[in-house]
Structure formats: structure tokens, C-alpha cells
Design a protein around this ligand. Structure first.
Ligand code: ADP
Ligand code: MG
Length: 264
């Protein structure tokens, strides 16, 4: 298996090229949650407050890990951040747009255009090749796949799979499959990448390689929000937000030069 390509010596850029997409400058607020609530009513006496008043600001170019015990609201929060779900109350500003009250269609448009997803189980399509899997989000947005082929080949190379373009997921290792998913998450040049336990299915060496790749994207300016229960994974982030009972329990900023983007 080829390893993750070496980091360019000029990896640290003063400003985030990718994070600056769509009118959000590096360091500006990219996510703002205000008194966010998500409530599930299962019966008259059975109300679950999955999110119970969350205020959170995330700046463009940052790398944030969300941690917390099972049932604390991490997935609910990631689903709302990813525009897969809407809050019951409160506001969610993504860049300058208030997405908390958007229609389903508008929400899925925002999702396709501005958000990249990386899942624990890769979620690749078994019948498609590496290159085709990377192209899938373009297909959903109705873009011409032929003209963007070069860009997808570049992304495959970026994640170290330039020599695996015609392989199918079953012919790849777990780490390679996750790298296809990472390339796919980048194809629309999203404002941010949301990752849910991206190394959860990988052995520790392969997990480290995948994390290095994600860290490198952050150093190149991408905003990363990653859910994990693994302290080793969270160590890569510059900020760790700990959830408990649907609220933010602790919000820890790491030392400024521990990671790529400058703290504000
Ligand atoms: P975590 O990802 O931190 O484990 P979740 O966000 O999945 O936690 O869940 C938070 C709480 O909301 C849990 O108590 C869970 O049982 C509840 N919950 C999540 N989704 C639903 C749902 N669709 N209907 C009812 N309750 C839910
Ligand atoms: Mg969860």
C-alpha cells in the first residue's frame, strides 16, 4: 500500500486558501450556533433534549474535535452542522447564511455546495471505481463529470491513490477506502469538512496516516470538525469541545503553535 504523500515543506500557509472560499475569510466565524436545541418528543412524558441550548462559534481554518460520552448529543450536533437535520429552536449561521430555517431543498443545496463528509464506514459505492466514487458529489450537483475529471484525478493523487483510479472499493485496504472518501469530501471545494469517527474502523497505524492527511488539509486552510471518542485523535485538533447531556461541558483551546491555524 502506498503511504500518504510527503508534506510539502511550505505546508504552513499564512492564510487559508480553501477556507477563504465563498466569502469567508480565514479566521472569520464559519459556524455560529445560538441557543441551539434539538428536542425529540416520543410521548407526552418522554421528551429527549438531545441538544439543550448550545452556543458555539467555530472560525474558518480551525480544527475542532467534538468529544463526550455516548448519548451526549455529538451526532445530533454533527447532523445539524452538516445540514442533514434542522434544530428545534435556536439559530445556525453557516458563513453568513442562517440555515436553521431553510427548506429541505435549500438545505440540501447548501450541503452539496459547502460541506464535505467523512464517515466512519467510508460510505463508498461498491460498483464504482475510485475515480467514480470521487466524482459522485459532482454528479449529484448535476455537474459535467467529463470536464472535472482532471480535478478528480488530482484529488486522487493528493490522497496518494493516483495509481488506483480504476480499483473498486473491495480491492482497497480500509485506509485506502477512507482516503477515497476524503478525496470525495473535497471535490466541491467545501467550506468545511465534517468527520464522524473517521479512524474508528482503522488499525492504529492506518488511522494515524488518515489523521495526518486530515491535519494536512487543515494546514492548507480547510475547516475541520471531527467527532471522536479517542483522545489520540482529539490531540490533533486545536480545540476540543466536550459535550454532556446535550450541552457544552468544556471547551478547551490548545497551545497556539500546536496546530496549523492561528488561534483567535
Ligand atoms: P451521541 O452521538 O453523543 O452518542 P446522539 O446525538 O446520537 O448522541 O443522541 C443524543 C440523545 O438524543 C440520546 O439520548 C439519543 O437517545 C437521543 N436521540 C438521538 N436521535 C434520536 C431520535 N431520532 N429520536 C429520539 N431520540 C433520539
Ligand atoms: Mg453518535
Amino acid at each position: 500500500m502506498s503511504s500518504v504523500p510527503p508534506k510539502p515543506s511550505s505546508a504552513r500557509r499564512p492564510s487559508g486558501r480553501a477556507g477563504a472560499a465563498a466569502g469567508t475569510a480565514f479566521g472569520e466565524s464559519i459556524i455560529r450556533l445560538e441557543a441551539l436545541q434539538k428536542t425529540y418528543v416520543l410521548g407526552e412524558e418522554n421528551i429527549v433534549r438531545a441538544l439543550d441550548g448550545v452556543d458555539l462559534t467555530i472560525h474558518a481554518g480551525s480544527f475542532v474535535a467534538i468529544m463526550g460520552p455516548s448519548g451526549s448529543g455529538k451526532s445530533t450536533m454533527l447532523n445539524i452542522l452538516g445540514c442533514l437535520d434542522r434544530p428545534t429552536a435556536g439559530r445556525y449561521f453557516l458563513g453568513t447564511e442562517d440555515v436553521s430555517r431553510m427548506s429541505d431543498d435549500a438545505l440540501s443545496e447548501v450541503r452539496g455546495r459547502r460541506i464535505g463528509f467523512i464517515f466512519q464506514s467510508y460510505n463508498l459505492i461498491a460498483q464504482l471505481t475510485v475515480l467514480e466514487n470521487i466524482q459522485v458529489p459532482l454528479f449529484y450537483r448535476g455537474q459535467d463529470i467529463k470536464t472535472s475529471r482532471d480535478r478528480c484525478v488530482e484529488l486522487a493523487k493528493l490522497v496518494g491513490l493516483g495509481d488506483r483510479l480504476t480499483h473498486r472499493p473491495s480491492q482497497l485496504s480500509g485506509g485506502q477506502q477512507q482516503r477515497v472518501a476524503i478525496a470525495r469530501s473535497l471535490v466541491n471545494d467545501p467550506l468545511m469538512i465534517l468527520a464522524d469517527e473517521p479512524t474508528g474502523n482503522l488499525d492504529s497505524k492506518t488511522g494515524t496516516e488518515v489523521l495526518e492527511l486530515i491535519s494536512r488539509l487543515n494546514q492548507d486552510g480547510k475547516t475541520i470538525v471531527l467527532v471522536t471518542h479517542d483522545d489520540k485523535v482529539a490531540e490533533r485538533a486545536q480545540r476540543v469541545v466536550r459535550m454532556k447531556d446535550g450541552r457544552i461541558d468544556r471547551d478547551e483551546q490548545r497551545a497556539p503553535n500546536a496546530t496549523a491555524a492561528p488561534a483567535r
